[in-house]
Design a protein around this ligand. Structure first.
Ligand code: PGA
Length: 243
């Protein structure tokens, strides 16, 4: 795993956007895996700037988001589909048909999970998967204890996750279930970009990058992936020994 430390959040976000932009420039049909949460917001803002000011072209890009809350549709401001429209989809020339988010409001959630896996396969797999990390080490909504071979499925969220996300969004209530790509799905991405910022992430980053590889810290399983780039700001890297 390559670990890159930046002086602040803006620098980390700009570097992450540059990495995505080069992937888009280098491949004829790039397939990106995307994440929600507070961490990638700066990266999306920079991608929008690159599109507006430097002509970054999303017309050949296909995207797959990691997860979505069960029961919420794309018009619900609490949904991750809404988040993606707000921060990226509405601002760049990405074909809406190629911008995939699991359908949280599907009447057949298990069927939706199978459909999502099939779509990823039909697109040729994910070239670059962006990940944030939860305070408990989750990636996507794969909470501690998730099967390392898990595929896209309905998951029950940890109480801590619901509370953290509710507080972050200033929301009254959030569903207790979500559809999430599995750890096995994520690990099949050809390259992974793990992002974390802020002192609050320092301890879980230390455990994920240097602790034992264990499903109890799902992000630690990334140590076994052959092509991971981890971008951190200084506070998030503060408990790593990088000498
Ligand atoms: P955050 O969430 O980017 O808002 O910290 C990350 C996550 O829970 O995966």
């Amino acid at each position: 795993m390559q670990v890159l430390v930046y002086s602040d959040y803006d620098e980390m976000s700009a570097a992450a956007a540059r990495m995505i932009a080069s992937k888009i420039g280098e491949l004829p049909k790039p397939v990106l895996g995307l994440a929600t949460g507070s961490t990638p917001i700066g990266m999306y803002a920079e991608l929008v700037r690159l599109h507006n000011e430097e002509g970054l072209d999303f017309s050949n890009v296909t995207t797959f988001n990691l997860d979505e809350y069960c029961g919420l549709d794309a018009e619900d401001p609490r949904s991750y589909h809404w988040f993606m429209k707000e921060h990226l989809f509405s601002h760049v020339n990405l074909d809406p048909e190629k911008a995939h988010v699991p359908a949280g409001n599907s009447a057949d959630p298990d069927g939706e999970c199978a459909r999502y896996e099939r779509l990823i396969k039909e697109a040729g797999g994910i070239d670059l998967q962006v990940l944030g990390i939860g305070m408990n080490g989750h990636i996507g909504f794969n909470e501690p204890g998730s099967d390392p071979n898990s595929r896209t499925r309905v998951v029950r969220l940890a109480e801590q996750t619901i509370e953290v996300n509710r507080a972050k969004g200033g929301l009254n209530a959030l569903p207790g279930y979500a559809i999430s790509m599995g750890i096995g799905t994520i690990m099949e991405a050809r390259q992974i970009l793990l992002l974390a910022n802020g002192a609050g992430k320092a301890e879980i980053i230390r455990r994920a990058l240097t602790g034992p590889v264990t499903p109890d810290v799902p992000a630690s399983l990334l140590q076994t992936h052959p092509n991971v780039v981890c971008m951190l700001d200084k506070p998030a890297a503060s408990l790593l020994d990088l000498s």
